[in-house]
Design a protein around this ligand. Structure first.
Ligand code: HEC
Length: 155
C-alpha cells in the first residue's frame, strides 16, 4: 500500500473490487428499510465453500444448490426433500445462526432428513459453504436475509 497516499490506494482497491465478476463482493446494496450495507462474500471463502458443497451437499441439494424439484411436498417417507439453497427456496428466511446450526446438527431432532455435518466440517468450513450458496442470492433476497439476521442478533 502506498503510504504517502493511503486514500488514493484505497480508491484503487475499491475500483478493483467494483470491476469483479460474479459472485459479487464488496458492493453497497440497500435494504428495504433504506439501510446501506456492504455485500461482501470473500472469494477465497466462496471457492472453498463451493468445493465443500460439491463434495458433501450437491448429491442432495443439486450441483448448483437448486434443490429437489419437489422440495415443497413431503416425500413417501413423510419428510421434506432437500430444498434449494441457491435463493429459489426459503433458506433466506433463516438467520445465520440457524443456518450454521442446521448444517452442524442436521434436522433429525426436528424430524427432518438433513444430515449433521458437525463431525466432518469445522465452523470455518460451514461458514464457507454458507458463503458459497449465499453468493448466489440476488441482492434483494440477500438484503431481506440481512434484515432477518440483524433482528435475530438483537434478540
Ligand atoms: C442426504 C441428503 C442431504 C445432504 C447430503 C445434505 N442435505 Fe441439507 N437438507 C436435506 C434435507 C432433506 C433438508 C430439509 C430438512 C427438513 O425438512 O428438516 C435439508 C435442509 C438444509 C438446510 C435448511 C434449508 C432451509 O431452507 O430450511 C440447509 C441450510 C442445508 N440443508 C444445507 C446443507 C449443506 C451445507 C450440506 C452439505 C454440507 C447439506 N445440506 C447436505 C438433505 C441433505
Amino acid at each position: 500500500m502506498n503510504s504517502r497516499y493511503p486514500i488514493f490506494s484505497l480508491i484503487l482497491l475499491l475500483l478493483a473490487a467494483c470491476d469483479a465478476p460474479e459472485p459479487v463482493k464488496g458492493r453497497v446494496i440497500t435494504t428495504q428499510s433504506g439501510e446501506q450495507i456492504n455485500r461482501h462474500h470473500p472469494p477465497d471463502l466462496v471457492a472453498q465453500g463451493g468445493e465443500i458443497f460439491q463434495q458433501y451437499c450437491a448429491s442432495c441439494h443439486g450441483k448448483n444448490g437448486e434443490g429437489d424439484p419437489e422440495w415443497r411436498k413431503r416425500g413417501a417417507d413423510g419428510l421434506f426433500p432437500p430444498p434449494p439453497l441457491n435463493g429459489t427456496g426459503h433458506a433466506w428466511h433463516h438467520p445465520m445462526a440457524f443456518l450454521q446450526n442446521r448444517i452442524k446438527n442436521g434436522s433429525a431432532a426436528g424430524g427432518g432428513n438433513m444430515p449433521a455435518w458437525g463431525s466432518k466440517l469445522n465452523e470455518k468450513e460451514i461458514d464457507a459453504v454458507i458463503a458459497w450458496f449465499q453468493s448466489q442470492w440476488p441482492d434483494q433476497l440477500y438484503a431481506a436475509w440481512y434484515e432477518i439476521d440483524q433482528r435475530a442478533l438483537r434478540r
